[in-house]
Design a protein around this ligand. Sequence first.
Ligand code: CUA
Length: 173
Amino acid sequence: MKKKIGFIAAMTLVALALLSTRFYMVDVPIWHFLGGGKGPDPATLHLRGEFVESNLGAAEGPAGSLTVRMIAQQFVFVPQCIVVPAGVPIRFRITSADAVHKLSFLGTNYGLKAVPGVVTEATFTFAKPGEFKIPCQEFCGAGHYAMRGQLEVVPRDQFASLLPGERRNCEPR
Ligand code: CUA
């Protein structure tokens, strides 16, 4: 009897040890289950729905509202750089194509989790023009430490003159 309990305890420890090192692989089905499968399907994000490539980055909605859509995936943010206007509330909508990631805007206390199968939404305002690095702050696998995007905040009138494609990259202009 004692032997049996010992065996079960040992197996539990092994399972926990596996789970603690591979948790980012377990996340996907669990989050999908919790999301009830109602969110976007991580496998077809790029192909259809809200997160197709042409719909990513900053887009103007009704009544001058501004929405930024992004995908986090091992080990990049898509788009890699986004341009937004200063002093305007910006609604971020983000999802993940694989593991759980966390977007943080260096130098601010703004952060946003990217979860496969779920759209996370938050509204942030960046008061002044500037550049913000976006490091991933949730361990998401081997390339986690190199996973970073960029946010460029430009004056409002400059933003208004940018074409949709120019709002998705930070090439010097
Ligand atoms: Cu993505 Cu860490």
